[in-house]
Design a protein around this ligand. Structure first.
Ligand SMILES: Cc1cc2nc3c(=O)[nH]c(=O)nc-3n(C[C@H](O)[C@H](O)[C@H](O)COP(=O)(O)O)c2cc1C
Length: 213
């Protein structure tokens, strides 16, 4: 696939077929991920690849219990129903459906920051994230290029205690997101909907806009 076609059509996929993901495809994704820059080239990451169904079920049950017990999934669905923008409504409904069964994705990748010291040693800061989220994007683009769907999710924060216990994370490892991977089920890849670059670019001074030639 052409690079720009990959970038323009890499969008969040939240419904997955149960079909297994070939291991070679996962290695290609990981090999693309680790090509990304990081502060001082420390490459402060471990990529936890979870295929084991029992472990995925443990995570799914935890998410369901924590999200459902506070009525959060129902609140998400109700908030979605009130949305005027159809694509926003679909997005939120799909996000709620995915949270209701995280284990439907045949693979969950949990990128972890490990031993980060550049540009900061505070692994839980925004700045530390700059040493790994670029790699996460590479991972997702490499998935798209192979016909695989992903979505960057941040529910790891709600289940970090269970992640630590289930996968024996050492103290210094911080999960930064969870990326489900699988073949899309009834959901198409992009094109993505975004504000155009002209609307979000200022040239030489804040507020100075320029039409595209
Ligand atoms: C920091 C961040 C956190 C996100 N968290 C979630 C999440 O927890 N659950 C989810 O379904 N999508 C999540 N997303 C995906 C966004 O909702 C999605 O990228 C955005 O709506 C654009 O949609 P598209 O990727 O389909 O173009 C997250 C994306 C980012 C960058």
């Amino acid at each position: 696939m052409d690079f720009f076609d990959v970038v323009h059509t890499q969008r969040s996929i939240r419904r997955f077929k149960p079909d297994p993901v070939p291991e070679e495809a996962l290695w290609k994704m990981l090999d693309a991920a680790i090509r990304a820059p990081s502060g001082s080239n420390l490459q402060p990451w471990i990529w936890l690849v979870v295929r084991d169904q029992t472990k995925r079920e443990v995570l799914a049950q935890t998410v369901r219990a924590r999200f459902d017990s506070g009525g959060r999934l129902e609140q998400m669905r109700q908030r979605a129903q009130k949305m005027e923008d159809a694509s926003q409504r679909r997005m939120l409904l799909r996000a709620a459906d995915f949270f209701a069964n995280v284990a439907q994705a045949p693979v969950l990748i949990i990128p972890c920051l490990v031993g980060v010291t550049s540009p900061t040693a505070d692994a839980r800061s925004l700045l530390a994230g700059s040493s790994i989220y670029g790699a996460v994007q590479n991972l997702m683009l490499a998935a798209r290029a192979q016909g695989l769907g992903t979505v960057l999710t941040t529910f790891q924060a709600s289940i970090e205690d269970v992640l630590r216990k289930e996968f024996h994370l050492p103290e210094g490892a911080v999960p930064v997101c969870i990326v489900p991977v699988g073949y899309p089920d009834g959901q198409r890849f992009g094109p993505t909907t975004r504000k155009p670059p002209e609307a979000v670019t200022h040239w030489d001074d804040w507020g100075a806009l320029k039409a595209r030639a």
